[in-house]
Design a protein around this ligand. Structure first.
Ligand SMILES: NC(=O)c1ccc[n+]([C@@H]2O[C@H](COP(=O)([O-])OP(=O)(O)OC[C@H]3O[C@@H](n4cnc5c(N)ncnc54)[C@H](OP(=O)(O)O)[C@@H]3O)[C@@H](O)[C@H]2O)c1
Length: 241
């Protein structure tokens, strides 16, 4: 059975992606700092080993080598890695603390790059694999108050394209998924009026949902996507159409 590591899998998009991949028959290793009730209930409802929680602070870059090695030891070599964990610090750049910018870049950019470095080695040794990076439409559209976050999400697209070229001949595909606005804890502070405005501007007059993003990741993990690499799949109900 194939293993997939999903980061930031305790809630929101990461939890939806993990549940969908389990439905597809993958064994999922869900990483976050804390296990939520929702994740625990899901794990308990499934056969043992289908979905496993591993606690890790992914912002601790020096721990990522050990994390990758211990996951391999406990679960076997991963077939897939979904780099989904991120923070969305909102605020005017002019007044943002440097430490806040550094924390954001560390978790949203350095961490997925370094974790991919260790996991891709295991994939290369196994003869192939799949990496999916969760970016955002903000990488291209921009959004006032999200400049550092937007930079981090654009960085993942650049990373996706170059790594896809680097590891393609070794059978590893690397793609990005760019969600539009989706209701999760990350976006909970947005007022209902603003949420409605964003939905009304989308071609489909609604917001995409976590399961829509999960379906895109599912496709990219599937054998049907074996010739898809270095690309960005946008899931935004037509917000950027
Ligand atoms: N929601 C949207 O509208 C939207 C739109 C476009 C793109 N995205 C992207 O989609 C992804 C998921 O977003 P979301 O809305 O589902 O976010 P979320 O609800 O805030 O969930 C974030 C996840 O990341 C984990 N996480 C945060 N800091 C961590 C750390 N230091 N180490 C390990 N895990 C950590 C959290 O668990 P712990 O706090 O327990 O660690 C949680 O599981 C992100 O990459 C985001 O940029 C979201």
């Amino acid at each position: 059975m194939r293993n997939v590591i999903v980061t930031g899998a305790s809630r929101g998009l990461g939890l939806a992606i993990s549940c969908r991949l389990v439905e597809d028959g993958f064994r999922v290793i869900a990483i976050a700092r804390r296990e939520t009730d929702a994740l625990r209930e899901k794990i308990e409802s499934l056969p043992e080993g289908a979905l496993t929680f591993e606690s890790s602070d992914l912002g601790d870059i020096d721990s990522l080598s050990t994390l990758a090695a211990s996951i391999k030891k406990r679960h076997g070599a991963p077939f897939g890695l979904v780099n989904n964990a991120a923070i969305g610090a909102e605020g005017l750049l002019a007044t943002m603390h440097n430490s806040q910018i550094e924390d954001l870049i560390r978790l949203n950019v350095t961490s997925p790059i370094v974790l991919s470095k260790y996991v891709v080695r295991q994939m290369m040794a196994a003869g192939g694999g799949r990496i999916v990076n969760i970016s955002s439409i903000i990488a291209n559209t921009g959004y006032s108050g999200l400049s550092a976050y937007g930079a981090s999400k654009a960085a993942l697209v650049g990373f996706t394209k170059s790594l896809a070229r680097e590891v393609g001949r070794l059978g590893v595909t690397v793609n990005a998924v760019s969600p539009g606005f989706i209701t999760t804890e990350m976006t909970a502070s947005l007022a209902d009026d603003d949420r409605a405005k964003i939905a009304n501007r989308a071609a489909l007059r609604r917001l995409a949902e976590p399961r829509d993003v999960a379906n895109a990741v599912s496709f990219l993990m599937h054998d049907n996507a074996r010739n898809v690499t270095g690309t960005v799949v946008t899931i935004d109900a037509g917000a950027t159409a």
